[in-house]
Ligand binder design. Structure first.
Ligand code: PMP
Ligand code: GLU
Length: 397
């Protein structure tokens, strides 16, 4: 008997997590695999945040939490949105969740009806498309490439909007490309949105603190768009807290309330300990994570300089996050022994099994000619990984 629902059968396994799993399986067999598959900072959580978590345990923060989050945390997040982003959400417009992933699925469930179109600039983060499809929404993907720094133009956006468009969803800085829209570019897209008031904007700003050239601009700070922008953020990336599972959003009041209703039925409030730790992180001056940012910048510079020496791959110069997204289609159709590399997935499997570097194929992000490298790993590992990739690619015939 097949007991599985049609919905879950249509749902793909998260490719980022799948590649990490395959990499770990090889590692467990004793093979020295370098994992550049998963987007996860390799740093430990800052000590002052850990201390707040420990204190929470000692002070018996062990009971159910209010579904939207502790009141003082909601206030602190409202203050953070003011301080860093010029966003004016009231605490009642903020919802804390078990990771930004949950924040996003809450919004998708709260807003997307069957047949609603959701515009995703591609490459997009893996889970966006799956979440939309699970809710029977229609993904409208807008193609970009490394030559345009993976950015859509206002004209492209204008052409994609129809009366059925419900939402525009993007991450800035971007997972998987690391590229970041400037304030001027977002204001230009904002002009298009102003002409189409029926479109909700979901801005995923989880890489906010990992930017190298300029500070990230929040599209929701454009006054005419403020009342229809949902801003998602979280602690996983900026504070190296992936396992603490803490994310949050600011949204128009009705959407925030709907998210609370959904979360109240599914998971309840986020972890008490993680919320107390999050309070310390959110209140801290963002300069406390400068060291991590600088390390990521050095790694980016190193990875790009090494990657540019590999023939026939093309990449941009990402302004944020910790990903590089090279175009590798030159290698499609080539062979290793009897195995043909028909696509990026074959290439990633080859680079994993023969080169012993775990990467993620671009198809999962709506960009089949690319592969994603996460450079949240040491400079020594980066050097060794590129050496392995270069050798493996040069062995293809
Ligand atoms: N959005 C983007 C763009 C991400 O890369 C991630 C990474 N996991 C998430 C959301 C989810 O983060 P969290 O760990 O807070 O669920
Ligand atoms: N967001 C990270 C990534 O893209 C973590 C994995 C996940 O949450 O899917 O690799």
């Amino acid at each position: 008997m097949n007991f599985l629902s049609h919905r879950v059968q249509k749902l793909a396994e998260s490719e980022t997590l799948a590649m990490a799993r395959l990499g770990n399986e090889l590692k467990e067999k004793g093979i020295n695999v370098i994992n550049m598959g998963l987007g996860e900072p390799d740093f430990p959580t800052p000590d002052f945040v850990k201390a707040a978590g420990k204190e929470a345990i000692d002070k018996n923060f062990s009971y159910y939490t209010p579904v939207p989050g502790y009141k003082d945390l909601l206030e602190a997040i409202a203050g953070k949105f003011e301080r860093d982003n010029n966003l004016h959400y009231k605490p009642s417009q903020i919802v804390v969740s078990t990771g930004a992933k949950q924040s996003i699925i809450n919004v998708v469930m709260a807003t997307v009806n069957p047949g609603d179109e959701v515009i995703l600039p591609a490459p997009y983060w893996v889970s966006y498309s799956e979440m939309i499809q699970l809710n029977e929404g229609v993904v409208v993907s807008l193609e970009t490439d490394y030559k345009s720094d993976f950015k859509i133009s206002p004209a492209q956006l204008e052409r994609a909007i129809t009366p059925k468009t419900k939402m525009f969803l993007f991450s800035n800085p971007s997972n998987p490309t690391g590229s970041m829209y400037s304030e001027a570019e977002l204001r230009a897209l904002g002009e298009v949105f102003k002409r189409h008031p029926h479109v909700l904007i979901l801005s995923d700003e989880i890489y906010e603190y990992i930017t190298f050239e300029e500070k990230m601009f929040s599209i929701g700070s454009i006054p005419e768009l403020a009342n229809r922008t949902v801003t998602v953020n979280g602690l996983s990336k900026g504070f190296a807290m992936t396992g603490w599972r803490l994310g949050y959003l600011g949204a128009p009041e009705a959407i925030a309330k709907a998210c609370v209703k959904i979360q109240g039925q599914f998971t309840s409030g986020a972890s008490s300990i993680s919320q107390r730790a999050a309070l310390a992180a959110v209140k801290a001056d963002p300069s406390t994570v400068n060291q991590m940012r600088e390390a990521f910048r050095n790694r980016r510079d190193l990875l790009i300089s090494l990657f540019r020496e590999i023939p026939h791959v093309h990449c941009n110069n990402p302004g944020g996050a910790f990903y590089l997204f090279p175009e590798v289609s030159h290698y499609f159709g080539k062979k290793y022994q009897d195995t043909v590399m028909s696509d990026a997935k074959d290439l990633c499997m080859y680079l994993l099994n023969v080169g012993h570097v775990a990467l993620t194929p671009g198809g999962a992000f709506g960009a089949p000619n690319y592969i994603r490298l996460s450079y949240a790993t040491s400079e020594a590992q980066i050097r060794e990984a590129v050496k392995r990739i270069k050798t493996a690619l040069s062995d293809l015939r």
